[in-house]
Design a protein. Sequence first.
Length: 149
Amino acid sequence: MLREISCPDCHWHRLVGIAEKLRLLHQIGMLRREENPDAAIIEELFERSGSKLVCGECSRVGLRIDYPRDEEEDWGDGRVCEQCRKTIPAERLEIFPDTKICVACQQKDDDGEDDTQPDFCPKCGEIMMSGTSRGGGLTRYRLRCPRCG
């Protein structure tokens, strides 16, 4: 089921499907050992873990999880940016009537900024580091916290 996650501080939002939900759960340390977890388990854990999810814009911990907004709710308020959900100024719409994103988001797209987020330690919040595990055979990479170990 499609859901919308949003940040109460910066109003960042994103629509997420089942694959994105699983990726976000992996980022907060859940279901890492499961190769193909059941969709119902993913849905339930995702609903309960909103307070642990990290904002893709301002890195705030704790996001709202809602049903996707109907675009008709915004009728009368002007067009809303598809990426940040802020109202697109009327001046921009006069010049670019078919635009669907605001100036700030367009600038990020033009500059090629990477909006992926690093993995954070669930205990202390430090950015996780990639390293090799000890042992013979195949080299295995794992994420570890530089502070917690």
